[in-house]
Design a protein around this ligand. Structure first.
Ligand SMILES: Cc1cc2nc3c(=O)[nH]c(=O)nc-3n(C[C@H](O)[C@H](O)[C@H](O)COP(=O)(O)OP(=O)(O)OC[C@H]3O[C@@H](n4cnc5c(N)ncnc54)[C@H](O)[C@@H]3O)c2cc1C
Length: 471
């Protein structure tokens, strides 16, 4: 068995036999397939990562099997990347150092449904969790638009907000993540339990500081959500209406998205259902709030084109409305034209429609804005995930500069290290836990720029750096 990654220092056939009785995948084509995620959204990451592969895949079905894989990898000093559904956008699940890919999707049991919580194995798909919750009149407090193929472990390790975040905040907000269990990578892997605020020691660490086995999440009562789509003659009116819906005391939306009319032109499945060439406001509101939404849309000069409960949506063969929001918006465009890409931009003052208008005037015809409203620390905020017609790094840098010159924060979607994207800084608490749970640095270490500089320190020394930074 030859190395697929080029890592010839390991005898892969011997390694694979040591993993037995755990199911393994060794066919080159399948290993290569499981070495990819959605990094190809970025032409920069695509160039950087398209030739990075693991050497084999293990598919454990139980915690005991997972422990066995980690123990064998520890003994043999084999790099490990944990993979859920592989829907991350920055190559988080790409095995840059080669080695073992551990796919969690067979560890997918729903262990407990309580009042306000669900406890599940890390490989459970979010759509299945929502399906199971439905019987108890509940739903996940938030889920990403990839719920059909993404796992809860992947969302916790790599995700941040989703459908529901407008009502219940970002994933990291207190109460959303109730508890996590994670395994260390040692000769005898140990299970560590994190409760309450301690979950942040593992959350959003891109799987580099422990292998999540179990997640307890907040659930909320499910409501009779109506998917609504309203169209407007200009973006600023759609944005202002969206902000008004998001902040209204009389409407309780769980999602509000604003999409530039030029992007809507790339949604063929909405053709004939929406007024043509108009900017879009897409949202979910409880059925009782639809009349108030209609009035608000009208006040802002828009038209409420679609109001659909799930049965009506299915009858008319319209996809879930959330498949036009978050990064699904980008996907809809990429389905037609692979020269598109995107960026992630924080809006400094979501109430300031004038600032959005001034920015849009400066951005140029190759940047089409798309905003999502969500809640952070109890306040409504917004993020822009614009479609960018890519013409090279230089132009992308100039676009980023236009955003920052206007006071908007760019969270680079074209970087493969955790510190260069959403975090902006090294998270020394994450890295201290990496040292504790992964002393040999085998877990996805290439995804941290800071790890190399702290790997020889003790966990306590690394943790002290977090205190100094926060002081
Ligand atoms: C079309 C599209 C729309 C998206 N929409 C959203 C959105 O609305 N909100 C959002 O936050 N994200 C979104 N994303 C990003 C991504 O889909 C989500 O973050 C998703 O939840 C990741 O889950 P996954 O199972 O696919 O994780 P993967 O891609 O498999 O893994 C993500 C990271 O988590 C690590 N990991 C996976 N499982 C474990 C585990 N058990 N223990 C430790 N580490 C682990 C991996 O090593 C990797 O670093 C979107 C992506 C796409 C392509």
């Amino acid at each position: 068995m030859t190395s697929i990654s080029g890592k010839t220092s390991i005898d892969w056939a011997a390694f694979a036999s040591r993993l037995m009785p755990v199911e393994t995948i060794t066919e080159t084509v399948l290993v290569k397939k499981r070495s990819r995620d959605f990094f190809w959204y970025s032409p920069i990451l695509n160039e950087e990562l398209k030739r990075c592969f693991g050497d084999l895949v293990a598919v454990p079905k139980t915690v005991a099997e997972l422990k066995h894989c980690l123990s064998v990898a520890y003994e043999a000093e084999v790099p490990v990347v944990v993979r859920g559904g592989g829907t991350g956008n920055y190559g988080q699940a790409v095995p840059v150092d080669g080695g073992l890919i551990i796919e969690t999707t067979s560890m997918n049991r729903i262990l407990e449904i309580g009042d306000g919580l669900v406890r599940v194995e890390a490989g459970a798909l979010m759509a299945n969790i929502n399906r199971a919750l439905k019987k108890s009149g509940q739903e996940m407090a938030m889920f990403p638009s990839t719920q059909d193929i993404a796992t809860i472990g992947g969302f916790v390790a790599g995700g941040s907000v989703g459908i529901g975040s407008l009502a219940t905040g970002a994933l990291r907000e207190p109460g959303n993540l109730i508890a996590l269990k994670a395994l260390s990578v040692e000769a005898e892997p140990q299970e560590h339990i994190f409760h309450g605020p301690d979950v942040l020691k593992i959350h959003h660490a891109w799987g580099l500081n422990g292998v999540i086995t179990e997640v307890t999440l907040r659930t909320v009562p499910s409501r009779d959500w109506i998917a609504c789509m309203a169209t407007f003659d200009d973006y600023e009116a759609a944005y202002a209406a969206g902000y008004a819906v998001a902040t209204s005391a009389a409407i309780a939306p769980k999602m509000v998205s604003i999409v530039d009319a030029r992007i809507v032109g790339y949604f063929p499945r909405l053709k004939g259902h929406l007024r043509k060439d108009r900017d879009l406001l897409a949202c979910y509101v409880p059925s009782t709030d639809v009349p108030r939404l209609a009035a608000l849309v009208d006040e802002h000069g828009g038209n409420l084109d679609l109001t659909l409960d799930d049965a009506a949506r299915e009858a008319r063969n319209i996809p879930h409305v959330f498949e036009f929001c978050y990064n699904h918006t980008t996907l809809q465009v990429l389905k037609s034209d692979r020269s598109a890409t995107y960026q992630q931009v924080g809006v400094p003052d979501p109430a300031n429609t004038g600032a959005i208008a001034r920015l849009r005037a400066d951005l140029g015809d190759d940047v089409w804005t798309h905003h999502e409203f969500y809640r952070l620390g109890g306040e409504i905020t917004a993020i822009d995930l614009p479609i960018i017609w890519y013409s090279g790094r230089e132009r992308l840098t100039a676009i980023n500069r236009t955003y920052t010159d206007h006071g908007f924060a760019v969270y680079d979607a074209h970087a493969n290290q955790v510190e260069r994207g959403g975090l902006h800084n090294a998270d020394y608490t994450h890295l201290a836990w990496k040292k504790r749970l992964d002393p040999k640095g085998l877990l996805n270490s290439a995804k941290s720029t800071a790890w190399q500089s702290v790997m020889d320190l003790s966990p306590e020394e690394i943790e002290a750096m977090a205190v100094v930074e926060g002081a």
